[in-house]
Design a protein around this ligand. Structure first.
Ligand code: NI
Length: 184
């Protein structure tokens, strides 16, 4: 089976700022939906992202994929390929951590973003089976980033200090902790 690399929508395109619709349960098994999941995974890999939400590929559905490769050189933990259908993320506790984020819809930029340190994810997998994951660290961060996309939000909206917003090239040149950032 062939997969397609999908065009990524950037900020300014209305689909990035539109709240996405739930995936109807009856459609999860359809070839079209399964193809979309495969294409999103291929697109995420192509652009070396660690996450991708359907609105970022011009599909306004509550669907996202996440994968953090184990071979990653940064000091962040690996996350296996995870498909999030109709995800609900709930913060656990009050602790927040601030770290670099990037986004394929905001190319070339990174910013410091506060996120809840722990979060509970309730979603369905690509076969429609419900699952729950208690996430912490980078996984919790990526979940919150992707679920924001499904509500039409990007990480810029979550920044509390826009002065950290940096072009990647300058960040690599001047940023002391520039190793720990990724796009999604
Ligand atoms: Ni993003």
């Amino acid at each position: 089976m062939t997969v397609s690399i999908l065009k990524v929508a950037r900020i300014g395109h209305p689909v990035v700022r539109t709240a996405a619709q739930p995936v109807p349960a009856a459609e999860i098994a359809s070839p079209a939906f399964q193809r979309l999941v495969d294409d999103m995974v291929a697109t995420m890999h192509e652009y070396e992202g660690v996450g991708l939400a359907a609105p970022q590929v011009h599909v306004s559905l509550r669907l996202a994929v996440i994968e953090v490769p184990a071979s990653d050189e940064r000091s962040i933990e690996a996350v296996p390929l995870t498909v999030l259908v109709n995800p609900v993320v709930t913060p656990v506790g009050e602790e927040r951590l601030t770290a670099w984020e990037g986004c394929l819809s905001v190319p070339g930029l990174r910013g410091m973003v506060p996120r809840f340190a722990r979060a509970r994810l309730e979603a369905r997998d690509r076969d429609g089976r419900p699952y729950i994951a208690d996430a912490s660290g980078f996984f919790a961060r990526v979940i919150q980033h992707e679920c924001d996309h499904l509500d039409g939000r990007v990480y810029l909206d979550r920044m509390d200090d826009l002065r950290t917003l940096s072009f990647l090239r300058e960040l690599h040149r001047f940023g002391p902790d520039a190793h720990n950032e990724e796009g999604s």
